[in-house]
Design a protein around this ligand. Structure first.
Ligand code: C5P
Length: 300
């Protein structure tokens, strides 16, 4: 069984106050783009779930219980009573610690893959409930497309949108820790009231009308100033993409990946060629969105 799961970017990310449980109340517009992790699953005779990791940044991905695909397989087994017998091989295409929900994509892939492999046949709502227990972005990893996320990001409502968009993703040389970026936001806010910079309604209106210029203007992320303060080079990267003709740019999630919305194939190619020369940018990837969430692509 092979499952493919896409990266996400946050077109709009409005971060509210820190809750008593440590999470922040969010309103975000998630968008799944065609940059994928692939998970191959093989049934084993016995033993718990195992994972081997290959591909970009594989050395930084844990292979024990810290791996979200392993945790997802264990949780599904526990929930259904199925023996947790699966060997997984994960091929990373989504940047590790990049703000693109790579680990969450892997968890979503493992839920979908193990459910199919073990024949547990869970209803969509049950899979979504398990997803929410694994991490804030896992439910969106199942859903894909473009969707509004609320709560800590785990409550998903589909968004009506038109058309498809071209993105160039600039990958950072080093990852950023999500808790560290949220902590920096809290530190910056400690001296005053919580002010939201991001307005999801503008982004939703642009998506409804399929207006890419308006969407470019609506891109906004409350975590961006915190990410820039921890990684000052991001400012230069954002400016470089805008100077090359991007319609808009935004740090994805907690960063350091930057997503540039581009109007056409020529601008996309120009950004993809030029951005890796900017200090701090390891590579650039062209990707369209929206695309489907975690999907079985082959059953062997
Ligand atoms: O849910 P997940 O494990 O992906 O979250 C990783 C970290 O990101 C949390 O431990 C927390 O520090 C931060 N976070 C947050 N508010 C959210 C989502 C994540 O503070 N809504």
């Amino acid at each position: 069984m092979t499952v493919r799961a896409p990266a996400k970017i946050n077109l709009v990310l409005a971060v509210g106050a820190r809750r008593p449980d440590g999470y922040h109340e969010l309103t975000t517009v998630f968008h799944a783009v065609a940059l994928y992790d692939e998970l191959q699953l093989t049934r084993t005779a016995m033993g718990g779930p195992t994972v081997e990791v290959t591909g970009e940044g594989a050395a930084e991905v844990p292979v024990d219980d810290g791996n979200l695909a392993v945790r997802a397989a264990s949780l599904l087994a526990e929930h259904t009573g199925a023996p947790p017998a699966v060997a997984m091989t994960l091929t990373k295409g989504i940047p590790v610690a990049g703000g693109c929900a790579g680990g969450s994509a892997d968890a979503a892939a493992a839920l979908v893959g193990c459910d199919a492999l073990w024949g547990t046949g869970l209803a969509r709502a049950e899979l979504e409930a398990l997803a929410a227990r694994l991490g804030s972005d896992v439910a969106f990893g199942l859903h894909g497309g473009t969707a509004l996320g609320t709560g800590r990001g785990e409550r998903i409502t589909p968004v009506l949108g038109r058309g498809s968009y071209r993105w160039v993703l600039a990958l950072g040389e080093e990852g950023l820790s999500t808790p560290a970026v949220y902590a920096e936001l809290d530190r910056r806010r400690a001296s005053g009231p919580v002010r939201l910079r991001s307005d999801p309604e503008q982004g939703l209106a642009a998506l409804r009308s399929g207006d890419q210029v308006a969407l470019g203007r609506a891109l906004c992320n409350d975590l961006q100033p915190a990410a820039i303060s921890l990684r000052p080079g991001l400012r230069q990267l954002l400016e470089a993409g805008n100077a090359l003709g991007a319609l808009g740019a935004v740090v994805s999630g907690s960063g350091p990946t930057v997503a540039f919305l581009v109007p056409d194939a020529a601008t996309s190619a120009a950004l993809a060629a030029a951005l890796p020369a900017v200090p701090g940018c390891r590579a650039a990837r062209e990707a369209v969105g929206p695309v489907s969430g975690a999907t079985v692509v082959a059953a062997h």
